[in-house]
Design a protein around this ligand. Structure first.
Ligand code: BG6
Length: 528
């Protein structure tokens, strides 16, 4: 395959520009993926870029440089990426689209330990600017272990690669984990800022790219009827669940460092809390939306380390059964210590100290090796204050008490079965006033008959367009860490009792202590 000159690209009928009409085609640019031989590049990044290409949403001349420490030819890199797209892509590979896309793929090695270690990268960038008209527009994707973030950012700075001259853009995308506590997140922000300004930094949280999470904003702020109810007066409590049926799988080493609180609550779940709880932004500008999210996160009541045990539940899965298959305990997973106390389950109660939410708790839970995968937000409304209806047996004075009528529930299903369900009470047909709950359902699949793009597609495109709305700003990340770090401090001071670890079976909904935790508040977790 030969490299295509810019003029040729412009003259050819280009499947990559079919989407110009959608008005969301970025300027020509190069994306440099550091960590190009890693899992994320193969499973998510390149398939997402390819899907954008197939939808005609990439600019002419769009190019990717896979940068890695191991030697590989561009041809081999292309071949590897083709296989990744075939295996992991959302859309089937089409040869005409692939050929144009693959023309823009390059591979080069880099070595930060060597003074000339970015030489090949410089050369390839210059070559792409000349040949494909990418005009100095660059995005650096940090798909590398977090211990390397600061050094890479600094080096890009000293090599003059992070600085844009005004006619082009330079941006960086950084993957989580973004620090492991508040201090390290702050330190990392400080180091990145030496080379990149805040408006050049795109901290990715793939939950924000999910259609259903974006729809949460639309649901709240494009529907007038829910907003008056969206507060402490009408909502009893909120439950946010991120349930996974997978275990630590091949990520034992990472998970031993991280655990469920850092892996899911600090980022994905706190983002959901912010979106459910925030005030209406006056516009959908990146700073306006993120300002509102930060205000909400600041209102989250800190859990003092001394209270961590009474406000949270930790768990770790033992062996068990999922979908008829025997699955190992966490401690039996690869790279996990046989006596590990690392949490694979967390539940907690979050109070929000503002006028909208005072007295309406948010309960959060996440865990690995649940019976199924399900992420949802359930808004439980208050019960009717009084029931005017007689009992099922139509006894004239034996009234059906208000607490026997199920309260309304609004369930926003993030995944799978994406959709929204509103539970209401209805009269069962017949001669007596018997009440049963029924569901009003909106299902993405049947309402739109269209497949949703993957989260990474949306986020990568937004970054190319320079729209950081769906990326976490420095202060959001720090606020989420402020909350989680206090809990981690409390947990460290009070490690779990080794005799009570593991404390839930794989294939169950978490430890008994989590149900007891809810029962203490007179509530229960939803059965999903
Ligand atoms: C990642 C976590 O951020 O999110 C994983 O590191 C987790 O442990 C994954 O499995 C869940 O993402 P999704 O999109 O499958 O809900």
């Amino acid at each position: 395959m030969t490299d295509t000159l810019l003029d040729d690209v412009a003259l050819q009928p280009n499947p990559l520009s079919e989407g110009l009409s959608q008005g969301r085609v970025p300027l020509p640019c190069v994306v440099v993926i550091f960590g190009a031989t890693g899992d994320l590049t193969q499973r998510k990044l390149v398939p997402a870029f390819y899907a954008l290409a197939a939808d005609g949403l990439l600019p002419p001349g769009f190019s990717i440089i896979g940068a890695g420490r191991t030697e590989q030819s561009t041809e081999d890199f292309r071949e590897g990426m083709r296989k990744s797209v075939e295996r992991f892509g959302r859309v089937p590979l089409r040869t005409d689209v692939w050929n144009v896309f693959a023309d823009g793929l390059r591979y080069c090695t880099y070595d930060l330990d060597h003074p000339d270690g970015l030489h090949a990268l410089h050369e390839t960038l210059d070559e792409l600017d000349r040949e494909r008209g990418t005009a100095g527009n660059r995005i650096f994707y940090f798909s590398i272990p977090p211990s390397g973030f600061a050094a890479l950012a600094e080096r890009l700075g000293t090599e003059g690669l992070s600085h844009a001259d005004g006619s082009s853009f330079r941006r960086m995308i950084v993957e989580k984990p973004f620090g492991h506590n508040l201090d390290s997140a702050r330190a990392l922000n400080g180091k990145l800022h030496v080379a990149f300004k805040e408006d050049q930094i795109y901290r990715i949280d793939h939950y924000l790219g999910k259609e259903t999470v974006q729809n949460l904003l639309v649901f709240r702020f494009a529907n007038g009827i829910f907003e008056p109810l969206w507060n402490r007066q009408y909502i009893d409590h909120v439950q946010i669940t991120v349930a996974e049926n997978l275990g630590a799988e091949g990520r034992g080493a990472y998970y031993e460092e991280s655990g469920a609180l850092r892996d899911i609550i600090q980022n994905h779940v706190m983002q959901l809390v912010a979106i459910v709880g925030m005030e209406a932004p006056s516009n959908f500008g990146a700073e306006t939306v993120r300002d509102e999210k930060v205000k909400l996160l600041r209102a989250v009541r800190p859990i003092h380390p001394d209270d961590a045990l009474s406000h949270t539940v930790r768990g770790q899965y033992g062996e068990g059964w999922i979908d008829g298959e025997r699955v190992p305990a966490y401690r039996q997973e690869h790279s996990v210590a046989p006596d590990s106390l690392r949490e694979t389950f967390v539940a907690m109660k979050v109070d929000i100290d503002n006028w909208r939410w005072a007295g309406t708790p948010f309960y959060l839970r996440t865990g690995k090796r649940f019976p199924k995968r399900a992420t949802e937000i359930a808004i439980q409304f208050r019960r009717v204050p009084h029931s005017p209806f007689g009992g099922n047996t139509a006894t004239p004075v034996g009234l059906l008490p208000a607490d026997s009528i199920d309260p309304n529930l609004l369930v926003l299903r993030i995944q799978p079965d994406e959709g929204i369900t509103l539970r209401i009470s209805a009269k069962t047909p017949g001669q007596s006033m018997t009440i049963r709950t029924v569901n009003m359902d909106f299902l993405y699949g049947s309402a739109f008959l269209k497949e949703s793009p993957e989260a990474y597609e949306r986020l990568l495109l937004d970054c190319m367009l320079g729209d950081p709305t769906l990326f976490a700003r420095e202060d959001e990340v720090e606020e989420a860490w402020r909350f989680c770090t206090a809990i981690l401090d409390g947990w460290r001071a009070h490690p779990p009792d080794p005799n009570d670890c593991p404390n839930y079976e794989a294939g169950s909904w978490g430890p008994q202590s989590s149900s007891d935790f809810m029962a203490r508040d007179g509530r229960q977790w939803r059965r999903l």
